[in-house]
Design a protein around this ligand. Structure first.
Ligand code: ZN
Length: 515
């Protein structure tokens, strides 16, 4: 039969007909999913505004086909047939079956009509969000967001949960994690971060970032961002960089990985760190083994693990002194006038300036998680019926004032800043905080084994870090749950300690204060 034995990588079940049929089903599903992802990339990067309606139709049709295939009767039968195969837990085959079964059981609970509605609501939501941004008015987006919330509420009910409706949505992207776990994590962070921000806030003038606020030409920013991403190990023969309203990364396969950035000509950090952040996601996607292509194992372990990769390169590497000792000469070549009097120390301090501010993606490492907590708490309050969608913009302003002491003067600087709620409401942001925590745990571990890593950064050699991450994380794709993968890589469960220690050490030095 054509297509039989196309994948010779799965050795254990090479002659198992049910397994081979499963692989063929999964390959088709993966192709449909990559096609849907490409349509999404095109919509955000290339599509003229007029394409909006036909794109919504195309995406809804694809989502229906994908859902149909992922929950088909035959899929259920194949999983049933494969239930008694004795395989090592860690093997690719066992993992593939396990992950497919988990997804099958979850998706089976979701009516197809809801899948189509969710897709349409997201298409509509994205364009309403863009329009609301143009008008700088949340009310333009509000009806679309209400619809998105209602549908996600239905989704949570369909999926089922024991404690909280958000559990169903959290579990879909962070397998095994619950809302209550997140609340514990946020409590642990809040207890230490709020006083830290307060202490540093008394000495904000100790760090000057005016060097980053000069005029930096757009094309040159794109060029130097690309150069940095190439230096950390991204292969541009198997990927590309583009521009979009909100930076993002998609992988059509490990050999076709695309990330985007955006430029502010008066703030160097925006484009550069968006490149490093998305570059981190993109490195993860390029590091997925080729044999997982066209299988559910081609993804990362979870959204939080994906963010651990972006935050690792963006912050632990890109905001280190050693990185700038290496990279400053590159900067001087592209921006000779702006960087005329710059030293590595000066740039290092500037890119680590703490400033309670309005925009999440531009937030420093110390205040960043407060932005996430705010969003998580607002989502939860809506699900708990303590807040309506109509009240969100005001509630946003109140929380900004109490957590960060700043208040948006417009919706653009407040509730309209992130793309996330344009397609989904609930469990949208926790992955960033989980990513920060996991990145610190991984970095702490790799430093135990390679204490001289920063010395390599100073020479512009990021390969020892990338090799370690490739072996411990990327090589496993989606085989393991986040908890299993973290245990395997670090010997520990999720803990905020390394992350908080990292922040304390770094920022007490940068600000010369006791934290
Ligand atoms: Zn990210």
């Amino acid at each position: 039969m054509p297509g039989h034995h196309t994948d010779t990588h799965f050795e254990y079940l090479r002659d198992d007909e049910a397994f081979q049929e499963l692989l063929r089903h999964l390959a088709e599903i993966a192709d449909l999913q990559s096609t849907a992802a490409l349509l999404g990339w095109d919509e955000q990067v290339m599509m003229p505004g007029g394409g909006r309606e036909s794109r919504a139709d195309q995406k809804a049709t694809l989502q229906r086909l994908i859902h149909e295939r992922r929950t088909s009767e035959r899929m259920g039968e194949l999983l049933e047939l494969l239930a008694d195969r004795e395989l090592p837990y860690d093997s690719d085959e066992a993992s593939l079956i396990r992950v497919t079964r988990r997804e099958y059981q979850r998706l089976k609970k979701v009516p197809q009509a809801l899948v189509v509605e969710l897709s349409r609501a997201a298409s509509d939501g994205y364009h309403c969000w863009l329009k609301a941004r143009q008008d700088n008015d949340f009310r333009v987006f509000q009806p679309a967001l209400e619809r998105i919330y209602q549908l996600h509420r239905e989704l949570a009910d369909a999926l089922g949960y024991e404690e909280h409706p958000l559990d169903a949505l959290v579990d879909a992207i962070e397998p095994g994690l619950r809302t209550a776990d997140l609340e514990r994590i946020f409590d642990a962070l809040r207890t230490e971060l709020v006083p830290m921000v307060r202490t540093i806030s008394q000495h904000l003038d100790r760090v000057d970032d005016s060097i980053l606020r000069q005029h930096f030409e757009r094309n040159k920013q794109l060029l130097i961002g690309r150069k940095a991403v190439e230096k950390i190990g991204f292969d541009f023969h198997r990927g590309r960089q583009d521009i979009s309203v909100h930076p993002f990364t998609i992988a059509l396969s490990p050999a076709d990985v695309r990330y985007t950035t955006r430029v502010n000509e008066h703030d160097f950090a925006q484009c550069f760190f968006a490149c490093l952040h998305e570059g981190g996601h993109a490195l993860y996607a390029q590091g997925i083994p080729e044999r997982f292509r066209r299988t559910p194992l081609r993804a990362g372990a979870s959204a939080g693990f994906h963010e651990s990769q972006s935050r690792l390169w963006e912050n632990l590497v890109g905001r280190s002194l050693q990185f700038w000792e290496y990279f400053l000469p590159e900067m001087k070549e592209v921006f000779p006038t702006q960087m005329k009097d710059a030293s590595a120390e000066m740039i290092y301090r500037a890119v680590n300036k703490v400033q309670p501010s309005l925009i999440r993606v531009e937030a420093d490492e110390v205040t960043y998680n407060l932005h996430i907590m705010l969003r998580f708490e607002l989502e939860k309050a809506v699900y708990d019926a303590q807040l309506t969608i109509a009240d969100l913009a005001d509630a946003w302003r109140d929380k900004m004032r109490s957590y960060l002491g700043v208040e948006p003067s417009s919706d653009l600087e407040g509730i309209l800043q992130d793309i996330h709620w344009s397609g989904r409401f609930g469990a949208c942001f926790q992955s960033y905080t989980l990513g920060n925590i996991i990145a610190a745990q991984l970095y702490c571990k790799v430093l135990e084994q390679h204490p001289d890593l920063p010395e390599y950064f100073r020479k512009g050699d990021f390969s020892p870090l990338l090799s370690w991450i490739r072996e411990k994380i990327h090589a496993h794709g989606a085989k393991f749950t986040p908890e299993e993968l973290l245990l395997k890589a670090t010997g520990e469960r999720l803990t905020t300690r390394p992350y908080l220690d990292y922040l304390k050490t770094k920022y007490s030095q940068v600000y010369n204060v006791e934290l």
